[in-house]
Design a binder for this molecule. Structure first.
Ligand SMILES: *[C@@H]1O[C@H](CO)[C@@H](O)[C@H](O)[C@H]1NC(C)=O
Ligand SMILES: *[C@@H]1O[C@H](CO)[C@@H](O)[C@H](O)[C@H]1NC(C)=O
Ligand SMILES: *[C@@H]1O[C@H](CO)[C@@H](O)[C@H](O)[C@H]1NC(C)=O
Ligand SMILES: *[C@@H]1O[C@H](CO)[C@@H](O)[C@H](O)[C@H]1NC(C)=O
Ligand SMILES: *[C@@H]1O[C@H](CO)[C@@H](O)[C@H](O)[C@H]1NC(C)=O
Ligand SMILES: *[C@@H]1O[C@H](CO)[C@@H](O)[C@H](O)[C@H]1NC(C)=O
Ligand SMILES: *[C@@H]1O[C@H](CO)[C@@H](O)[C@H](O)[C@H]1NC(C)=O
Ligand SMILES: *[C@@H]1O[C@H](CO)[C@@H](O)[C@H](O)[C@H]1NC(C)=O
Length: 479
């Protein structure tokens, strides 16, 4: 290979690498502020889960002593807990020097004496160290891949009162040691279950590939495992719409990687141009941008105008066609393209417009074929947990690509066609886009106080999280 060949390869390599790298169309960042809220919810949830631990009964005999301990119940948990980011893939839930209060029924027989009643006990110096490791599963869904857990109880106290004081000194140590051993062994399995089964159940409610309407679907699969740093949890999603009729017909992603660099809100989302373009492409492929306006859908004044404009042409063609219904066909010729700048987002649409006569029982007669170029302003907004778009016609131009003379003749049509578009077609499009598309968050977690910002090539949305109810209730609703 010559020097030139080498130079070409060196020149091309970085470009090829860039082409094969799949940048996310959609990103989510949870910040430390978001983690603060999660911490409160997690602590409540863990307290409820540990409160539900069931303890086996204890029976036994030791010399002349017979005992049975039943109805061991956890009464109260006083956890001093923290939730923190654990690079590279985890969240650490850490319980320090906390206490667990229990209550149980005792029945003791010593020689001929019997004693029974309720007793309070407490586990003190409870330490729990749980790391939830996050990963993407085969489907591309976020899940807790595994839980590492470590628990210890420094001491267990039980206040045996009454007439048997001395006997109990001996038996108390014996019983509390057993109780401490059992409790300690039950903490981690309870937390493993909470993470691997219950929280994963909630994560199952996040849409990965879901239908948006009868034309398109959205792909929110994770491109890679989530990345945890000291200050954030970052998730890169494909963020791509697809045509429901042909899911393999997808648009290549050449959009840049959106950048998130703010930490004031609990959650940030980024949407690249690709996110929107893949939606426009899929609608285009699904045939949504094809419109035929005729008969009752044709506004009367527009019809009048079309007849006036093409009166000469019809007379030349065949005067018998003068009363035939007139039709306007708008066919978007290529997938519309979005453009996001700091000043806002726009969508450029190129269409072919044909004016036809539809004589009864005969094939249509074409009067004119023109090209339409228009630009719409696109305003992105959040509606509950859905991302919606409001379109507004900004620029509109029709011209003939065949003759300059015809372009001139089309001038009177510019304003009425623009009005037609603004009044009939834009509301039709908004009717599709106002329903919005769900963003990948679990059920019951909503966004509030959202702020939309426009950047070069992408949009960011900062928001705060709101739990509709406690984690446990949310999970119970999913099962
Ligand atoms: C648990 O905490 C609450 C409030 O912080 C306090 O009133 C209660 O006495 C504590 N219980 C124990 C057993 O430490
Ligand atoms: C744990 O808490 C107890 C009572 O709340 C306190 O007396 C003790 O000093 C604490 N131990 C540590 C290591 O913080
Ligand atoms: C156990 O504690 C509860 C309150 O926490 C108290 O009402 C009850 O009297 C206690 N029982 C015994 C046997 O100490
Ligand atoms: C918790 O456990 C992890 C690993 O198991 C360890 O690196 C970390 O130091 C522990 N933290 C505490 C506070 O015990
Ligand atoms: C836990 O899951 C993470 C991510 O999938 C993995 O890297 C790690 O090796 C797993 N640890 C254990 C103990 O299975
Ligand atoms: C689906 O799209 C792919 C890629 O554009 C194309 O090769 C294939 O023929 C399409 N299939 C159908 C049924 O249209
Ligand atoms: C003119 O526009 C029509 C409709 O968009 C198209 O079919 C035709 O190929 C165009 N002709 C030229 C010369 O660009
Ligand atoms: C708006 O869309 C809904 C379905 O999403 C449809 O039922 C309704 O007829 C549409 N309204 C208009 C005015 O097109």
């Amino acid at each position: 290979m010559g020097l030139w060949g080498l130079a070409i390869i060196i020149f091309l390599l970085p470009h090829m690498a860039q082409m094969t790298e799949n940048f996310p169309g959609f990103k989510i960042r949870i910040t430390s502020k978001g983690l603060e809220l999660l911490k409160l919810e997690t602590q409540k949830f863990v307290e409820e889960e540990l409160g539900g631990i069931t303890m086996p009964e204890m029976h036994g005999m030791n010399g002349n002593l017979q005992y049975s301990i039943t109805d061991i119940k956890i009464k109260e948990l006083n956890l001093t807990a923290d939730l923190s980011f654990q690079p590279v893939d985890g969240l650490l839930f850490d319980v320090q020097n906390s206490s667990i209060t229990l209550n149980f029924q005792r029945r003791v027989i010593y020689w001929l004496f019997q004693d029974q009643g309720a007793i309070n006990a407490s586990a003190e110096g409870v330490y729990i160290n749980t790391t939830l490791h996050l990963a993407k599963d085969d489907e591309g869904r976020l899940k807790i891949a595994n839980v590492s857990c470590d628990a210890s109880i420094a001491k267990m106290k039980a206040k045996f009162g009454g007439t048997f004081g001395r006997v109990y000194d001996f038996v108390a140590t014996f019983l509390t040691t057993g109780m401490r051993f059992i409790l300690n062994r039950k903490i981690c399995p309870a937390l493993n279950h909470a993470g691997l089964v219950l929280v994963n159940q909630l994560l199952e409610t996040i849409p990965v590939r879901a239908e948006v309407d009868s034309y398109i679907g959205i792909d929110y699969s994770l491109l890679s495992d989530p990345v945890v740093t000291g200050t954030s949890l970052d998730m890169d999603f494909r963020g791509m719409f697809y045509d429901l009729q042909n899911e393999s017909d997808i648009l290549e992603n050449y959009s840049p990687n959106p950048v998130l660099n703010e930490y004031n809100h609990m959650i940030y989302m980024a949407l690249s141009e690709y996110f929107f373009d893949s939606g426009l492409y899929s609608y285009f492929k699904g045939g949504v941008f094809r419109m035929h306006i005729a008969n009752e859908r044709m506004p009367k004044d527009l019809e009048m105008l079309l007849r006036t404009t093409y009166f000469g042409a019809i007379m030349l063609l065949n005067p018998a066609l003068l009363d035939a219904p007139i039709s306007l066909e708008i066919d978007v010729t290529a997938a519309p393209k979005s453009s996001i700048k700091t000043s806002g987002a726009t969508v450029a649409v190129h269409a072919g417009v044909r004016v036809l006569l539809l004589p009864a029982g005969k094939s249509p007669v074409q009067l004119s074929s023109m090209t339409m170029e228009s630009k719409l302003n696109a305003k992105v907004y959040m509606k509950d947990k859905r991302l919606a778009i409001q379109l507004d016609l900004r620029r509109f131009k029709i011209f003939s690509n065949q003759s300059a003379l015809e372009s001139l003749a089309l001038i009177p049509l510019q304003a009425p066609l623009k009005a037609l578009l603004q009044m009939t077609i834009v509301p039709l499009l908004n009717n599709y886009t106002k329903k919005g598309v769900q963003i990948p968050l679990p059920d019951g977690i909503n966004l509030v106080e959202d702020v939309v910002k426009y950047h070069e090539g992408y949009i960011t949305i900062g928001a705060n999280l709101h739990f509709r109810s406690g984690l446990k209730e949310l999970i119970e609703k999913t099962s």
